[in-house]
Each structure stands twice: as structure tokens, then as C-alpha cells.
Unconditional design. Sequence first.
Length: 154
Amino acid sequence: MDEVPEILEPRLWRRDGWTARVIKNEDDDGWAVEMTRAGDAEPALVGPWTMGRDKKNPKPLDQSAFTTLVKTAAEVIRRHEHAATALLHKAFSYVDKEGRRIRASLDIAPDEDDPHAILHCVDDVTNESIRKGRVQPRFKLSATTLDRFIVSGE
């Protein structure tokens, strides 16, 4: 992997896999800062930036601001990844008619050509697999649909 040179300019900092760029705010007369992670096409974070003492030009970037911006942008990315994961993984627990605690997990495959999900039902007490199989990604997790899946695989 090529080594990216560090840049520490008043309106552009590049270090530790991140680039902070102070830009003109298109919505008003002020300034904004965008934080982009190395390798990403779009900024992870764009936010307002402080005006300098002359009230015309932006305040220069410094180590403290850069560190705070990196932490904030990394947290934004982490939250987006967590939300994306939550959309692709669902879980449901219930007690079936026989009194077994059943734990079901539905893992959706984000595949445009072959949309599907894998449903796995486990006895929550013994941790033994009851049934695992392929279902539609829109499969609804409920006691009724899971009982049907366990019995017939549908």
C-alpha cells in the first residue's frame, strides 16, 4: 500500500487515514469542514466550521480540532455500520406449544440477483439447532411463522 504524505495546512489536514478539508459553506456566507476516511469516495461528516478573527476567513485547522473531528467522524461511520447490520439481522424469541424456548435469527443476504435470507431456529435452553434454511428476505418473525417453518421448512 502506498504511503500517503501527511499534510498540515490551515484548510487541509491529512493524517492517520483521515482528511479534514475546510470548504466554503454553499448554504450561507460561512465555512464548513468535511471529514473523509482514506479510501472512501464521500465524506463521513460535513459540519459548520468556525470563522477566524477577521470574520471573513475560516479558523485554521489544528491538532485539537482534527482529533475531535476524527473521533466524531469515526463515530458516525460506526453508527451507520451498526444500523446497516441491524437491517440485515433480525432476532426473535418465543415459547412454542411444547414449552420450548425458541431463539430464531434471520440473516438477510443483500444480493440483488438472488435475494434471500437464512433462518436459524435454536432451542434456547440446550442451544441445539432445530431447523435452519433459506427463506424470503421479507420473512416475518412471529410464533406462527416460526412454528410453520420448524414443522415444514416453509
